[in-house]
Design a binder for this molecule. Structure first.
Ligand SMILES: NC(=O)c1ccc[n+]([C@@H]2O[C@H](COP(=O)([O-])OP(=O)(O)OC[C@H]3O[C@@H](n4cnc5c(N)ncnc54)[C@H](OP(=O)(O)O)[C@@H]3O)[C@@H](O)[C@H]2O)c1
Length: 349
């Protein structure tokens, strides 16, 4: 049997589609899938929201026509072979007669982890991959971190001026970065992490908004999409804003207060601040009671609070720790840093 030509550009299209699920899939994987005939995409799907059908299933359920023997299905994560919140994707691929699957990375979930590939192969499907593995693994670094380490991916981000200062001597905010750097931070960091984390000291000194602004750069790299609508879809994703505030001292007037804000407080601070807790919750804030271990939150309890779905909160998989010094120090001294990014003030400033 002649194998169809494999084109990495279709894997990039899977990632573009997958990115539309960011902020909606909770602690699940970001996955996109395309069905290709010759050099043309004939159907697309992506994991839209926590608990919804996976990308391959969504694609095949929205494509009523016959899948032909030379058609190739690309998907950025190995198809699952277990019944979770949705049925196994391998079943629908086999049932619908898909003969070629190209995947981007092995699923780190131990319930899958190679078994999805084996199931497809045992059914006579040719499976090719990992294709564009580095890009696919980086794209789902949060999902992998939660599955492998039981904690979110942690990126530390700091800005320093040319004298290595992160704030003014009196603790007030020092504007360090240029507009271009801010735009990059919003488009490439805030938009690729599920949540931004700050210590409450930064709320007092900077009173930040902690949202994602600045014009969004296109996440669609290649005009391979099925139609204009799917090419132009933009994800208006806003990361969660997390404040570490064990004593619940945050002013209720802080600019960060509102929807998609989580305040982590010491478990016993909830009852001793009942009225304030009520005011904060009425303003849309989620209060997460976390156990203390000495001066700091117990890390295991913090991770579990953040990654575990609860009610309409579906968990997060990656955090961008933006400061300030005490918070960076707490993460660094506990060894909880996967990546560190320092922005230095431009030479002219
Ligand atoms: N240049 C930059 O990139 C940048 C970015 C952000 C902020 N900053 C600057 O940094 C300064 C603020 O930094 P800061 O060190 O004073 O305060 P901070 O790090 O913003 O907040 C520290 C406080 O947050 C809580 N906290 C942090 N980590 C915790 C953990 N693991 N467990 C429990 N509680 C935790 C503690 O609250 P409790 O005190 O209640 O225990 C701690 O005292 C400001 O001057 C700001 O302008 C600079």
């Amino acid at each position: 049997m002649m194998l169809p030509v494999i084109n990495p550009a279709f894997m990039h299209r899977c990632l573009d589609l997958a990115s539309l699920g960011r902020g909606r899939v909770g602690n699940g994987a970001l996955v996109g899938a395309v069905l290709v005939r010759g050099e043309t995409v004939i159907a697309e799907g992506y994991h839209r929201a926590y608990g919804d059908a996976h990308a391959e299933r969504m694609l095949l359920e929205s494509y009523p026509d016959e899948v032909k023997p030379d058609d190739v299905l690309y998907v950025n994560v190995e198809p699952c072979c277990h019944q979770g919140m949705t049925p196994a994707c391998t079943n629908i691929l086999i049932d619908r007669g898909v003969k070629h699957v190209v995947y981007g990375m092995v699923d780190p979930d131990t319930r899958v982890s190679g078994k999805g590939i084996e199931t497809l192969q045992a059914a006579g499907i040719t499976v090719t991959g990992p294709l564009e593995r580095a890009s696919c693994e980086r794209f789902n670094k949060g999902f992998s971190s939660v599955r492998v380490k039981d904690r979110p991916w942690i990126t530390i981000k700091m800005a320093k001026d040319r004298a290595n200062r992160v704030s003014n001597e009196d603790g007030t905010q020092l504007k360090i970065t240029s507009k271009e750097q801010d735009s990059w931070s919003h488009n490439c960091l805030r938009s690729t992490h599920d949540a931004i984390v700050v210590g409450v000291g930064t709320i007092f000194s900077d009173n930040p908004l902690l949202n994602r602004r600045f014009e969004q750069m296109s996440e669609n790299r290649l005009p391979l999409g099925l139609n204009e609508d799917s090419k132009n879809q933009k994800n208006s994703f806003q990361p969660y804003k997390i404040v570490l505030d064990p004593r619940c001292t945050i002013p209720v007037s802080a600019r960060v207060i509102g929807d998609r804000t989580i305040i982590c407080i010491a478990a016993d601070a909830m009852s001793s601040n009942a009225e304030k807790a009520h005011t904060l919750e009425s303003a849309g804030v989620r209060l997460f009671p976390i156990r203390l271990a000495g001066d700091h939150f117990d890390w295991g309890d913090l991770w579990s609070g953040l990654i575990t779905p609860k009610g309409d909160y579906h968990g997060i998989t990656s955090i961008l720790v933006e400061g300030g010094s005490k918070t960076w120090q707490a993460f660094a001294s506990a060894g909880f840093v996967d990546e560190e990014i320092t922005l230095t003030a431009p030479a002219s400033s």
